[in-house]
Write a protein that binds this ligand. Structure first.
Ligand code: FES
Length: 99
């Protein structure tokens, strides 16, 4: 029995988003971070100085480790933002700005 069956959840119709051009299936109500995890992606940003990989750390919007570019807006916290149909998600290097 999967979690949806356990909770007797009846989510609405799914949709797709893209991550660096790759199409990902999404169940409604998921955050960007949940969508990326479900796709097997655990890091989507590199740090400014050392280029170290980052993804979710706190999962509650406090640490800012999960920053990602969504619809050309850099530095969005993936753990807080709900995925929306057609979102264009891009991995992010450093500040996410062209500097
Ligand atoms: S994981 Fe900490 S702010 Fe998103």
């Amino acid at each position: 029995m999967n979690p949806l069956e356990l909770a007797e959840a009846r989510p609405g119709p799914g949709f797709t988003v893209t991550l660096d051009g790759r199409s990902l299936d999404v169940l409604p109500g998921r955050t960007i971070a949940a969508v990326l995890w479900d796709a097997g992606v655990t890091s989507w940003r590199s740090t400014r100085d050392a280029g170290r990989p980052r993804g979710v750390f706190c999962g509650i919007g406090v640490c800012f480790d999960c920053l990602v570019t969504v619809n050309d807006r850099p530095n969005q916290r993936a753990c807080l933002i709900p995925a929306r149909p057609g979102d264009v998600i891009r991995t992010q290097e450093g500040t996410g700005h062209a500097d």
